[in-house]
Design a protein around this ligand. Structure first.
Ligand code: FAS
Ligand code: PHB
Length: 391
């Protein structure tokens, strides 16, 4: 089998790249470890920057998002028992974010790929192997239903996430990695109950962080900070609702509607970057190259901007026979990635309880939040990072 670009991973990065390349006439195949149902079953990101929604429109899969997505002009910060709205649209000269779950984005991209009849291999398991990407004849090998397959290609896009095979295939000496692991995780719960507020509420409380988000006017997504070694099995729905309630302000507590969880999981929090993001004919994109704590809602959006740069570079190779985009791919991505890493780290440090920081640390966080909600300059830095920095 031969293709121009072999894409490893059918998450948002891989599917978005496949769609952009297809639209530009570049042949590609996606190879995914899991089943399509498994990929769709993962509940993850919820907030899309304009850069991401523009890309979904560019590859013709934005219709359902515009029908069902929720445009948000602001977020609320809850601390010392009071909520304060950050008017992002006013502070950023008209920008907003789209609340539309990653599951829906993945569904829309999968549907588009299926409708175009594009080659997608699911359930390849852990058989995928990358070869020859330091030469001009890379190839991808995998086993499916006991049958060995080999795909010759011009380029490989490693869109296979933090635990994928792509970054692991690069000689360790060729990579520099940066990592910070946080001493807590997010216990998330999805339920068909109306959200407590029409916008997202980020809470800094003495019991720890909480986030009130949503997927629609009738489906809510909530998170509470838990210790890093917490097990989701030790949390009943009732225990979750009680803990969330204890971290809300009186009005939100009053409005909270509880119900049975559709999904409950704990996500570990880490900051991670691997440099460079290109090794010969292999390009890394999305979580394969970087991870941010989800506080700033940057993970999925960084994946989208990587894919934007990578699809442009590959199209330029085939259309203009130029390697300029490919040669600058890693540097272009990393400039944007590190700004998002900083923002995500800053917002995580501001909103979460760090046991070792003690009461003094809590007072410093509350003072910074007091300053932030009272200063247009400070609120603007939060707003312009949250809606997404320009490409
Ligand atoms: P993904 O990890 O989504 O996709 C990689 C794909 O590659 C997967 O389908 C995987 O099965 C496949 N793969 C892995 N190894 C493979 C192999 N060897 N061969 C073939 N395929 C392979 N971001 C936010 O903004 N907000 C959030 O609340 C949030 N919550 C998250 C919770 C969790 C538990 C995780 C892990 C991430 C979360 N993120 C969140 C970040 C998340 O949304 C990512 O940024 C987003 O999924 C990135 O997309 P991809 O780069 O496509 O990586
Ligand atoms: C979500 O809705 O899942 C979500 C929203 C904002 C975040 C993280 C997660 O910062």
């Amino acid at each position: 089998m031969r293709t121009q670009v072999a894409i490893i991973g059918a998450g948002p990065s891989g599917l978005l790249l496949g769609q952009l390349l297809f639209k530009a006439g570049v042949d590609n195949i996606v190879i995914e470890r899991q089943s399509a149902a498994y990929v769709l079953g993962r509940i993850r990101a919820g907030v899309l920057e304009q850069v991401t929604t523009d890309l979904l429109d560019e590859c013709g899969v934005g219709a359902r998002m515009h029908r069902h997505g929720l445009l948000h002009d602001g977020i609320e910060l809850l601390f010392k028992g009071e909520r304060h709205r950050i008017d992002m649209r006013a502070l950023t000269g008209g920008k907003s974010v789209m609340v539309y779950g990653q599951t829906e984005v993945t569904h829309d991209l999968m549907e588009a790929r299926r409708a175009e009849g594009l080659a997608t291999v699911y359930e390849a398991g852990d058989s995928v192997r990358l070869q020859g990407f330091d030469s001009a004849q890379p190839k991808v090998c995998y086993v499916r239903d006991g049958q060995a397959h080999e795909i010759e290609c011009d380029f490989i896009a490693g869109c296979d996430g933090y635990h994928g095979v792509s970054r692991a295939s690069i000689p360790a000496a060729a990579l520099k990695t940066y990592e910070k692991v946080y001493p807590f995780g997010w216990l998330g719960l999805l339920a068909d109950v109306p959200p407590v507020s029409h916008e997202l509420v980020y809470a800094n409380t003495e019991r720890g962080f909480a986030l009130c988000s949503m997927r629609s006017p009738t489906r809510s997504r909530y998170y509470v900070q838990v210790p890093a070694d917490e097990k989701v099995e030790s949390w009943t729905d009732e225990a979750f609702w009680d803990e969330l309630r204890s971290r809300l302000d009186p009005q939100a507590r009053e409005r909270l509607v509880t119900g049975p969880s559709l999904e409950k999981s704990i996500a570990p929090l880490r900051s991670f970057v691997a440099e460079p993001m290109r090794f010969g004919r292999l390009f890394l994109a999305g979580d394969a190259a970087h991870i941010v704590p989800p506080t700033g809602a940057k993970g999925l959006n960084l994946a989208a901007s990587d894919v934007k740069y990578l699809s442009s570079a590959l199209v330029e190779h085939y259309r203009d026979h130029s390697s300029a985009g490919s040669d600058h791919y890693s540097d272009r991505c990393l400039r944007r990635i590190w700004k998002a890493e900083r923002f995500s780290w800053w917002f995580t440090s501001l909103m979460h309880k760090f046991p070792e920081a003690g009461d003094f640390g809590q007072k410093l966080q509350e003072a910074e939040l007091d300053y932030l909600v009272g200063s247009k300059a400070a609120a603007t830095t939060l707003a312009e990072n949250y809606v997404g920095l320009p490409l």
